[in-house]
Design a protein around this ligand. Structure first.
Ligand SMILES: [Zn+2]
Length: 62
């Protein structure tokens, strides 16, 4: 993940954090990232709903 991204609207669903950031090309992107050590799940979505759904349904391997 890029350190320079500005995340906003950060929420936590279980071990997964969902945040919205500006992608630098005029659009928002939505990221779901698991904070559990050793899991490493992180993905970007076009919609906030998609990212939140992914967070809710994430099955943590860690
Ligand atoms: Zn996980």
């Amino acid at each position: 993940m890029t350190a320079y991204r500005r995340f906003r609207n950060v929420i936590r669903i279980g071990p997964v954090q969902v945040a919205t950031s500006y992608d630098g090309r005029g659009r928002d992107k939505h990221t779901a990232a698991c904070t559990a050590p050793g899991c490493g799940f992180a993905a970007d979505y076009d919609t906030r709903a998609g990212a939140e759904l992914a967070a809710r349904t994430h099955r943590c391997k860690a």
